[in-house]
Design a binder for this molecule. Structure first.
Ligand SMILES: NC(=O)c1ccc[n+]([C@@H]2O[C@H](COP(=O)([O-])OP(=O)(O)OC[C@H]3O[C@@H](n4cnc5c(N)ncnc54)[C@H](O)[C@@H]3O)[C@@H](O)[C@H]2O)c1
Length: 364
């Protein structure tokens, strides 16, 4: 039975035809509308789970399912291997995204999830920033200058006027190449070393932490004297005991997770009591008055990575592939002529003994 295989080249053609920015804007809007409608009490989106290993390096494989009663479900498989960029010139996050038909369980599409993850993670921070940050010329602080930092800067630039970006990475090579990687934005970028990290933190109007700091090593820095109304997108905390922000800062912030149950286990919220986490992004998007009142406050978007964001991104790419005639139909799942005989698809003469017996059985 055919499944549509959407390769990296197909995604490149989709981006060439739509334009990267229009597609990012469209994704931001779809996520904003989708999350404002999302009802987690009826959606089937369990907190993700996975397996972790420590050899040859720290690594993690996770699965992120999502179904919202639309006839389609998605399952993202995602690997987190933070030694990849330096040791293998591979991204830390590698991912595959599957789309299923919930009437039959048929795999209708399978595509790269690495690009979709980066794009939707940026888009999610843009939505939270748009809801919680003051709309003024802003200085954007970045801690961790890897792959996610690129889409954080790009997506935030679509919702906020950014006058300057100040960035820090503990890896001097990652810091040194960051300006070039986001040069297309045309925003002045300054990188600082560890001795100026607190200057970066204290001058930011909006801050994104997107590091691969190891579980047990956080926070990245001690509490600091923030500018009034600072909004933080904490992106790197997505595993038990892995967090980036100091608990003192969290305690004096309004903390809004993307996915409450998941964030309490593996986000910044794991450092807080459950009752301190009052609403999630969906509820916030349905509360415009609350958004307005929070813009002058210290706020944190605890982004752990929501499977519904993958669902929205996956369906968007599948939709474009189908409308543009892209992707390759691959006969992947075995659907034998007799659904009750798994041997009945075997057509080669060598299998005649088994298939004729099948024919005999079915004819009686
Ligand atoms: N919230 C989400 O939806 C989501 C989605 C994707 C990735 N992530 C997480 O975001 C983080 C970054 O992912 P990525 O793909 O950009 O990884 P990456 O490896 O490309 O970049 C991470 C960067 O963080 C730097 N870093 C590590 N510890 C640091 C520290 N203490 N101070 C400063 N810099 C530090 C590294 O040197 C590296 O350059 C990861 O933890 C990943 O799990 C979250």
């Amino acid at each position: 039975m055919n499944s549509k295989l959407i390769t990296t080249s197909d995604i490149e053609v989709i981006l060439l035809r739509t334009g990267l920015e229009p597609l990012l804007d469209q994704l931001i809007e779809r996520l904003r509308e989708g999350f404002a409608r999302l009802d987690m009490s009826t959606a089937m989106i369990p907190a993700r789970t996975g397996i972790q290993y420590f050899k040859p390096d720290l690594g993690l494989l996770e699965w992120m399912p999502a179904a919202v009663g639309s006839g389609k479900a998605t399952l993202k498989l995602v690997g987190y291997h933070p030694s990849n960029p330096v040791q293998r010139r591979l991204p830390t996050i590698l991912s595959t995204l599957c789309v299923f038909d919930t009437t039959t369980g048929h795999l209708s599409g399978i595509m790269d999830g690495t690009f979709a993850t980066a794009l939707r993670t940026g888009a999610m921070s843009a939505i939270a920033t748009d809801a919680l940050a003051e709309r003024k010329d802003s200085c954007l602080g970045i801690v961790g200058c890897g792959a996610q930092a690129v889409t954080q800067c790009h997506a935030l630039s679509r919702v906020l006027p950014i006058r300057a970006i100040v960035a820090y990475d503990r890896d001097p090579l990652a810091a040194a190449s960051f300006g070039k990687r986001i040069g297309f934005l045309g925003i002045p970028v300054k990188t600082v070393d560890a001795s100026n990290l607190f200057t970066l933190l204290e001058s930011a109007d909006v801050l994104c932490t997107c590091t691969s700091e190891a579980p047990g090593n956080g926070p990245l820095f001690a509490d600091f004297k923030n500018k009034p109304g600072l909004h933080i997108n904490a992106v790197g905390s997505d595993f038990p005991n892995k967090f980036e922000l100091p608990v003192d800062l969290l305690r004096r912030s309004f903390v809004c997770p993307d996915f409450r149950a998941q964030a309490l286990v593996e986000g910044e919220c794991q450092q807080l009591m459950p009752e301190a986490v009052t609403i999630d992004l969906s509820e916030l998007l349905r509360a415009p008055d609350l958004q307005r009142s929070l813009r002058s406050e210290l706020t944190v978007f605890d982004s752990t990575g929501h499977a519904y964001a993958d669902y929205v991104a996956g369906l968007l790419f599948l939709e474009y592939a189908e409308s543009m005639g892209l992707g390759t139909d691959v006969d992947l799942e075995c659907a034998p002529p007799d659904p009750k005989d798994p041997y009945s698809f075997l057509n080669k003469p060598e299998f005649a003994e088994f298939t004729s017996r099948t024919a005999d059985t079915t004819s009686h």
